[in-house]
Design a protein around this ligand. Structure first.
Ligand SMILES: [Ca+2]
Ligand SMILES: [Ca+2]
Ligand SMILES: [Ca+2]
Length: 311
């Protein structure tokens, strides 16, 4: 009557235990499986089987279903690799004219990892609003090794800078590095005024003119100013720190010139003003003059008629 061998099986691998002569118990030091037990079964453990054989060849086994010993035959193995968070939209530092932009990011755990624990998701908006995977506006799509998340903000975002901050853990409790995405909302097009020429339509007798104006944008300066003369792009105009700009143009003679000025903010919103400038270099023509009656008596009225035209 003596124990002959004691061995254990974990994850399909048998390991013989050795007797501790001091305690009389059988012991083994065993490397844990290389993958998490999270996905092994619904209770997330590796079942352990212990088998003892006596010298007569009688065998007894116990495993995780054993009435009294079963609870001691469940090995929890945890992986230690953090999940990742990668934003896909909007771009970092982007200027958006939409004040309810869709924000998207990807949550991934390593292959054969414990997997993303989606209920651990938190999304902070500007440090005040906190969303979870079940919040209104949060769409969760399961993909291989993780989730794709799409968020429509619950409230309209004000003009200015906004930051979304995401935290997530995997099912073995590994926390991803907190990841943030900052961008701007700008719903208001630039201001634009043209001081020269001042009117919608002006008349000149020279072809040289300096277009003078001022622009500003409260959220996304600097503003880009461009000019078209008779539908031909005249390029980008330098705008000073105060928003002032000047552009010299050579107009076409004896036609109506169309000058269009465009101010574009960093969110792509455009304000434009058009001016019509008639260049007329040809003096009027006087073709006939009549005075009647002629001669006229002293103190009496006469009528002078001038026939003059202009092109
Ligand atoms: Ca992991
Ligand atoms: Ca703007
Ligand atoms: Ca003329």
């Amino acid at each position: 009557m003596a124990v002959n061998t004691v061995r254990v099986q974990i994850n399909g691998v048998w390991t013989a235990l050795t007797k501790n002569t001091t305690t009389g118990k059988y012991e083994g030091t065993i490397a844990a499986p290389s993958t998490t037990s999270y996905n092994v079964n619904s209770s997330h453990y590796y079942p352990v089987t212990v088998e003892a054989t006596d010298r007569a060849g009688n065998v007894i086994t116990a495993n995780d279903t054993h009435v009294t010993l079963g609870s001691s035959l469940k090995l929890n193995v945890k992986e230690v690799t953090k999940p990742t968070i990668v934003f896909t939209a909007p771009a970092s530092g982007a200027y958006l004219s939409n004040n309810k932009p869709t924000v998207t990011f990807q949550l991934r755990d390593e292959a054969n990892g414990s997997g993303i624990k989606i209920s651990s998701l938190t999304v902070g908006i500007d440090g005040s609003i906190n969303l979870t995977n079940t919040s209104s506006g949060v769409s969760v799509t399961q993909v291989s090794n993780g989730y794709d998340i799409s968020i429509i903000p619950p409230t309209l975002l004000s003009d200015g800078s906004h930051t979304f901050t995401v935290n997530i853990t995997d099912n073995d409790g590994n926390a991803a590095t907190s990841t943030a995405r900052q961008f701007y909302v700008d719903t208001i097009p630039p201001t634009l005024s043209i001081t020269t020429p001042a009117e919608d339509t002006t008349y000149r007798n020279t072809t040289e003119i300096a277009i003078v104006g001022k622009t500003n944008d409260s959220t996304s300066s600097p503003v880009t100013v461009t000019v078209k003369l008779n539908s031909v792009d005249q390029g980008i105009i330098t705008v000073d720190a105060s928003g002032n700009f000047t552009k010299s143009l050579t107009l076409k003679a004896n036609v109506t010139n169309i000058v269009e000025v465009f101010a574009t903010d960093l969110a792509g919103q455009v304000t434009s003003i058009s001016r019509y400038i008639v260049v007329d270099t040809i003096a009027p023509v006087i073709s006939s003059i009549t005075i009647a009656p002629n001669p006229v008596n002293v103190g009496q009225s006469y009528i002078i008629t001038v026939d003059v035209s202009d092109t």
